[in-house]
Design a protein around this ligand. Sequence first.
Ligand code: PLP
Length: 400
Amino acid sequence: MSFEISISNVVQGLEPSATLTMSAKAKEIKSSGKTVYDLSLGEPDFVTPQHICNAAVEAMKAGHTKYTIASGIPELKKAVAEKYKSDYGLDYNTNQIVVSNGAKHSIHNVFFTTINAGDEVIIPAPYWVSYAELVKLSGGVPVIVQTEESNNFKMTAEQFEKNITPKTKMLLLCSPSNPTGVIYSKSELETIAEIVVRKNLFVMADEIYDKLVYGDNKFVSFPTLRSGLQERTIIINGVSKTYAMTGWRVGWTFSPVNVAKKMGELQSQETSNPCSISQYAALEALTGQQNCVTEMLVAFSERRDYVAKRISEIDGLSCPEMGGAFYAFFNIKKHLGRKIGGVVIDNSEKFCLELLMQKQVATVMGSAFGCEGYVRASFAANLEILKNAYDRIADFIGDK
Ligand SMILES: Cc1ncc(COP(=O)(O)O)c(C=O)c1O
């Protein structure tokens, strides 16, 4: 008799990460010998700066290869606190910081620690792929608020208020945004903060792209907006994007002490500490020279300008100004319903699949971010790759 282990209801309902799925498809095509222009992943193409790698080697030599405190080494927590103090003037004690296996893990810890079954979490769409799934995994209910391209994909005060119910517990904010690259201004955030306080909510502010901001745009850390917000905010940040350290898996939270204590305990049962060697590398990233951040920012900024120009030149495509992060989120609605390469493109998923199959350019469908009719293309790739990719996107769209 054959036997199959059944999957839990919770995990059965989980959507796989669309960005990782598209990237896996791209790798499959690559392995068949074709060149693929991969704009699907949110990952800097730079290698981790040498001084950070050296610190990891030194950490190993010094014997930092054992379990650490589950919530992270004190030196790293201190460096994390000092960075937010010097960058944004915010005061946090080390007992308010939990270091985890990447910011994605930090986000999971936050939901798991603060959400009860049925609690509602407001998530402006388009949103980063993992938010809604992680809320569901914690028993919460994601309440998706659809924003408009005409308002630069920002949630308005009216939209926010309209979606608040007695069950609303948390608002999730991501600025600069993945997938749109849009940044909320200080005054827009002040309006949101006023509602948060008046309605007695708390905010998870995902500030992972705080250092990737272009032109005249300014990043504002949410709790700096008014007094009393620090106790209502859990900040997410980490080294993945700023220091090209996606594989090292180090992220962290700033939160009120009671939440940090419980997240640390949760982590002590779930994963124990994040990799000891990676923690020492992250310590060097935060406390060592910061020229590497500036150098990468200059390159990203040049690519952003290039991509904005290319998108504006392709028939029917548009996207809001990319103030930060490294994504273009462009509108493809004009081309939905058309036949391209003999195939009817009826939605963004079909667009991305056919673009990959026909032109070997990997992107991610807007539907994965809760926003049909759009495509996300990362510009964390060098100018030559971007040129080839956008030439091919133009060709694909130009197909008669
Ligand atoms: C908005 C946002 N938050 C969090 C993360 C997770 O980052 P990490 O690599 O530290 O888990 C990502 C990564 O793509 C992201 O785009």
